[in-house]
Design a protein around this ligand. Sequence first.
Ligand code: AMP
Length: 605
Amino acid sequence: MVVLSCDPNDLGSSLRLIEELTANAERVQQQVLDEILTRNADTEYLHGFLKGRASRELFRNAVPVVDYDHVKPYIDRLANGEPSRIISSQPILELLTSSGTSGGQPKMMPSTAEELDRKTFLYNLLIPVMNQYVTGLDEGKCMYLLFIKPEISTPSGLTARPVLTSYYKSSHFRNRPFNKFNVYTSPDEAILCSDSKQSMFCQLLCGLAQRDEVLRVGAVFASAFLRAIKFLEDHWPELCSNIRAGSVSSWITGAACRDSVNRVLARPNPELAAAIEAECSKQPWEAIVKRLWPRTKYVDVIVTGSMAQYIPLLEFYSGGLPLVSTMYASSECYFGINLRPLDLPSDVSYTLLPNMAYFEFIEVDRVTDADDAGGECNCTGDLKVVDLVDVEIGRYYEIVVTTFTGLYRYRVGDILMVTGFHHAAPQFRFVHRRNVVLSVDTDKTSEEDLLKAVTQAKLLLEPLGYLLTEYTSYADTSSIPGHYVLFWELKTRATSDDELSTADVQAVMENCCSTIESCLDAVYRRCRSRDRSIGPLEIRVVRGGAFDALMDYCVSQGSSVNQYKTPRCIKSREAIQLLEEKVAGRFFSRKLPFWEPYRMEIKAS
Ligand code: AMP
């Protein structure tokens, strides 16, 4: 068992492997658990619970279900130079920085050499699955816009970086076996360019230069793809002039990247440049993806979970091309794939592959509130944990993983709903992330994070005689980049809303916006300050009574009057519109929040 491999050129045997794995999900899960326990029973972590016995039953009874706070001390010890065997019998080669945060900083997940093989296995299955639904994918190229992010070194010299950076830099990606289904327009040198602006420019340039060969376009998440469209909107004249000249702009200074792009451009091509210019100059940019890459069959981007908010904009730019979410994965481990990739985004389910890790599920109750897109999920008293094959259709669960890399019964924080089974393997719809109310890119802001930030900001109002009486929020993704919007209802000594436009109030409100940003976690501040994938935070001050009207609306939608609590995030269009009609002033943050790469501190032992 350990790591399965599949030949990406042999489509038939890859599909048979999926059938076998899913048909034998229970047995495969037991083998996975046995393997993990046999290898790791003597690690410091597991030994504390199992006393060296690799027993499945003991594992279920004695090893606790934990979250990151419990794991963090071990990760810190690894980062400070203690040996891998405190959690894993295999060497931990690097730490993967997740977009989830703990204490405001990215969580870090252990990773091993073998885990890269497991990821490669899952990636190799995507093509055979897609090929069943879309033919001719071997007759052209994919314009996948993929990026790396900076990495840091822990005090012990372990590298800490995002999971995809680790994968793209690995020999698994760079020496991927040639496969005519998987020819990229982006040279590896452009993907691996550490300057994100140069990387974006070069990848778009190569995609445009090979536009007639492109059969599919994509990025990992919808937000990244839309950012590329926005970049194209801002840079197409320069991109076209590069194509016309047959060489890349001089500000592309990364030598490897520059050479690789010049090789793609090869020669001056004024006809191609003129054709692209003609499309880009037409307004609006509706269906621009189809117009620029006319042979494109689908857009490969994740549009489930928090990315669903981007579907309308993606549909606008792509001109109705299918939006395909192929896989579900995380820094902890890769989970599964979408076996019906052409399903509508709202119907997408992921089939968990039972060989990737040992999966368990905490039953949760769905507590629906008046907000149609909202609804939290609560654990039911004592945690009830079930195995992968024992989940029930229609029920909600939080996923718990035991990985080959040293995480044992770890709560990932994702809430999933079972939609069906493929043979014996359950299929899940991604519902939402536990405790996340706002997300524009990879940021994940909880109600608590928001409350803390608002609590700081509202102090600034007091000298002016204003009091914050109510607030709520939503992620406005109607334009790119999206941004956080907070609706604030204030009690003022002033009698008219006009006072809100005085210079003093303007300055204070703008300060409130930047204070909130500076209080949000490191991932928000990184997206906002370094990646610029989140726009300036906005406070919309609403007239008195707006939140009473919101309550009336929620009650009319089924909320109980007695138990009504102002939702701290609203998603329904009607609720947003209702507050929008009562807006008296709009204020934006004028400062980028402070952000610097996370530094791990050496702690005295
Ligand atoms: P990270 O740990 O930063 O790699 O982020 C992993 C998280 O991204 C997962 O735990 C999910 O919350 C989210 N995610 C990953 N893939 C998907 C998907 N296909 N649909 C929805 N959310 C996803």
